[in-house]
Ligand binder design. Sequence first.
Ligand code: AMP
Length: 188
Amino acid sequence: MRLVLLGPPGAGKGTQALRIAAEYDIPHIATGDIFRDNVKGETELGLQARSYMDRGDLVPDEVVNDMVAERLDRPDCGDGFLLDGYPRTLTQAASLETVLDERDAALDAVLRFAVPESELLKRLKARAETDDRSDDSEPVIRNRLEVYHRQTAPLESFYAERGLLREVDAFGSVEEVTERALKALRSA
Ligand code: AMP
């Protein structure tokens, strides 16, 4: 199963991604986590990404595309993968399509997690108090939501046109949302 999860920050993608990846026994690839690990480890990639992340802006497409292409070539992705937080721009979506085409592969589904905007802000502010993330201050949270609407939301029609988009109502308990996601995938 080759999956992409789409949804604004705060939609609960990360939590659901772990549960769905476990269900299908596929690697969970979260570009945000990879960047945070690199920032912590003070690697070259971390240095490149850090200033963008701190502002809530997107890391440049070339950097992310190369990183993901390399990750998808690892043997654990042979039977599938779940991408969480990638692609986030139309350029990234086109790059992913090319990378998969070149390997005679294709996505099976794109799940879009939908949550009311007011709930997103509430969740992100609550997360800022529990997680140690430098991009969870209020102005940065607002920028991340705006960046999602401007740069990532257009992917919804990109994938709808390809017949891959499945909407998941992400307002509910963790278990309820997982059940809805798995149901959407069973009919994919
Ligand atoms: P996330 O944990 O997915 O919200 O990602 C945290 C931050 O990492 C984002 O605000 C971006 O700065 C950066 N990032 C993660 N994934 C991507 C991506 N696909 N394209 C560009 N930047 C990304």
